[in-house]
Ligand binder design. Structure first.
Ligand SMILES: [Zn+2]
Length: 255
């Protein structure tokens, strides 16, 4: 069910053990072939598809479109909250739901730059609320959910996958956008591949987008197809639905 559509008393009548799902994404540049809202559009699609099998197992909050996207700010149109402001905003939203008495919360993320701040916010919330033994604070990034054919060598899958993980405005994101609406996707078939892996594989290097990509994408958008997009969206939304049902059924005392 969606908080957006309920009255205050309807929310008040819900079990406080019902998982609260908070989707967070971004509005940021996605090269010359995808819209700024790509991350928000894709996460929204994954969440909506997941509701086909789990809508009664969770209370869904509206998607938060403002993300931690400073690394894309040199590309026009990118919107980004300063990282610590963004963390305070997310933490404040979580405060609201904890104040209303909800015990289980899943932040479902649709943007790479949000991963670290989400983890820190949830870590701090757990310390702040250390006496609430029943609290279950979780986060997941949607493209890690489910079991993709490109990673399990499913012989029934006839797509020729190039990427095995998420890039940016890449094979995966372009494919999913094609599956949602081909007219949201500009020219992508002639874009040369941009390597996914940094050269310092054993160290984490801080970056701004133009360190890695002149045109704003990372990966292989020219290999995108609508069929791949359907596989990706189905895999991720099924994975999300499974996770939400698991959270709703889990014993609080189980680690
Ligand atoms: Zn993206």
């Amino acid at each position: 069910m969606d908080l957006f559509d309920l009255t205050s008393s309807q929310v008040d009548s819900l079990s406080r053990d019902l998982p609260v799902v908070l989707p967070v994404a971004a509005i940021e540049q996605h090269a010359s072939h995808l819209p700024l809202a790509t991350d928000s559009i894709l996460l929204n699609e994954v969440v909506q598809r997941s509701k086909r099998s789990c809508s009664e197992h969770a209370l869904f909050l509206p998607l938060m479109w403002l993300g931690n996207s400073h690394h894309h700010l040199d590309f026009c149109g990118t919107l980004s909250a300063p990282p610590r402001v963004w963390m305070d905003l997310l933490s404040g939203l979580i405060d609201n739901m904890l104040h209303h008495g909800f015990n289980r919360l899943l932040v479902i993320n649709g943007h790479g730059g949000n991963c670290v701040p989400i983890s820190q916010v949830l870590f701090e919330q757990r310390q702040k609320n250390r006496d609430r033994e029943e609290l279950m604070l979780l986060s997941a990034t949607y493209w890690t959910l489910g079991d993709l054919p490109c990673n399990n060598n499913d012989p029934s899958d006839h797509n020729e996958w190039v990427q095995h993980e998420m890039g940016h405005a890449c094979e995966w994101e372009t494919s999913m956008m094609l599956a949602i609406s081909t007219n949201k996707v500009g020219d992508y078939l002639d874009l040369p591949d941009v390597p996914m892996k940094p050269s310092y594989e054993r160290a984490e290097r801080a970056w701004v987008t133009q360190d890695r990509s002149e045109n704003g994408y990372i990966g292989s958008p020219r290999h995108a197809t609508e069929a791949k997009g359907e596989v990706l969206l189905d895999t991720f939304s099924n994975g999300l639905a499974e996770l939400i049902i698991q959270i709703s059924e889990r014993e609080m005392t189980t680690w």
